[in-house]
Design a protein around this ligand. Structure first.
Ligand SMILES: [Zn+2]
Length: 122
């Protein structure tokens, strides 16, 4: 399971969470209990030392462009993040991005993905 780092928009503290790939639900801040956390792309900055490349990334300082309540905005950001991570995030991730682009909320998608049961990876 990958470890994701989140930053709290309320108290500004960072926390790390183990998340399943495709799980995009937002955890609550362990420091203040606030639920407006944004994912910090720490792995990318570790992989790429050149600071110039960071301008292209959805880095914490421009997370303000992402509207968590707008699935399409989230989808764009997730897509970009997926590309920048250079990892195959799996068909569920692709499907989620696609469905968010069509305007479905992450909750709806999560629900319908969950109801499909645990299918073994093909
Ligand atoms: Zn907090």
């Amino acid at each position: 399971m990958p470890l994701y780092e989140y930053r709290c928009l309320n108290c500004g503290k960072r926390s790390s969470f183990l998340r399943q790939i495709g799980d995009i639900s937002i955890p609550a801040c362990p420091h203040c209990g606030h639920s407006r956390l944004v994912r910090v792309i720490s792995r990318v900055s570790v992989l790429r030392s050149e600071e110039s490349r960071l301008e292209d990334l959805p880095a914490p300082h421009n997370f303000g462009d992402v509207d968590e309540n707008d699935p399409k905005s989230m989808a764009r950001w997730m897509k970009k993040m997926g590309q920048e991570m250079g990892e195959d995030l799996g068909p569920e991730f692709d499907e989620m991005v696609e469905r968010m682009e069509s305007g479905q909320s992450p909750e709806e998608i999560e629900e319908s993905l969950g109801s499909q049961g645990d299918q073994p990876p093909s």
